[in-house]
Design a protein around this ligand. Structure first.
Ligand code: HEM
Length: 229
């Protein structure tokens, strides 16, 4: 007997793992964050090195709050499972900025208004809503372990960097990103969130993508100014 595969077995089926539904429902948000004028300028190699440093500076502001939230959430029975020291990026970003901009890097690393808004959202939801913390944690770290790896390779090649300046992209303690991401998705699938809470997580990931899109758009002006010089 040949059974016809029912349409209900498609990705939207109710028994589809949450991690799959999350990725599918936020695909558009990812597309928005992926394509920006700044990213095109960065990856085409047109941008001087200080233009790349501007991105590291924005990321420094974001990871400072995200990792502070990670410390606050470490003891939470659900969110705490996602917190992993091998993911921490703040130290790597500080080393990159010191290399790229010199010892006075802090004074040269002001967050843009869009980055400040992103950080404000992180402060608003990541310290007392465990699933909200996971939504933001997922958006950044799974992205860093995915497209971020491609971007890191491109940036290293474009600017002739080896370790210094691109430490953010090198997860020394995660030699196999794919296995790590598989375990991460299993954690998402096992989280004890009901349908309503899962919806809230999906919505918050879309919010996170939107903040990333705006943060990158805020660097368009920086890129344009540097390209005019
Ligand atoms: C140059 C820009 C980007 C490129 C080329 C890119 C590319 C990719 C690719 C190829 C994947 C799939 C990897 C896989 O299946 O394992 C991916 C996944 C992902 N990206 Fe990006 N990405 C970019 C920017 C971003 C940004 C700005 C964010 C948000 C901060 C982001 C967040 C994510 C997340 C969360 C995933 C994991 C989705 C999932 O499997 O659940 N990406 N990206």
């Amino acid at each position: 007997m040949t059974a016809t595969r029912p349409e209900a077995a498609s990705a939207a089926a109710p028994d589809t793992p949450f991690s799959t539904r999350l990725r599918e429902r936020t695909r558009q948000g990812h597309a928005g964050a992926e394509h920006s004028g700044y990213m095109s300028a960065l990856t085409s190699g047109e941008l001087p090195l200080e233009g790349y440093a501007a991105l590291a500076a924005q990321q420094h502001a974001v990871y400072a709050v995200l990792e502070e939230a990670g410390d606050a959430m470490r003891a939470d029975p659900v969110a705490g499972l996602f917190v992993a020291d091998e993911l921490r990026r703040l130290g790597a970003l500080e080393a990159d900025l010191a290399f790229l901009l010199g010892p006075g890097w802090r004074a040269l690393s002001a967050p843009t208004a869009a980055t400040r808004a992103y950080c404000a959202r992180l402060r608003e939801v990541c310290f007392d809503w465990p699933a909200g913390f996971v939504a933001h944690h997922y958006t950044r770290y799974l992205g860093d372990l995915s497209g971020g790896q491609i971007l890191g390779t491109l940036v290293a090649r474009t600017y002739g960097l080896d370790e210094d300046g691109v430490r953010f992209y090198r997860f020394e303690q995660i030699p196999k990103p794919k296995s790590f991401k598989d375990r991460y998705r299993a954690l998402l699938d096992a989280a004890p969130w009901d349908g309503q809470e899962q919806e809230r997580v999906i919505e918050e990931v879309l919010v996170a993508y939107d903040h990333n899109t705006r943060m990158l758009a805020s660097l368009d002006d920086v890129a344009r100014a540097l390209l005019r010089r």
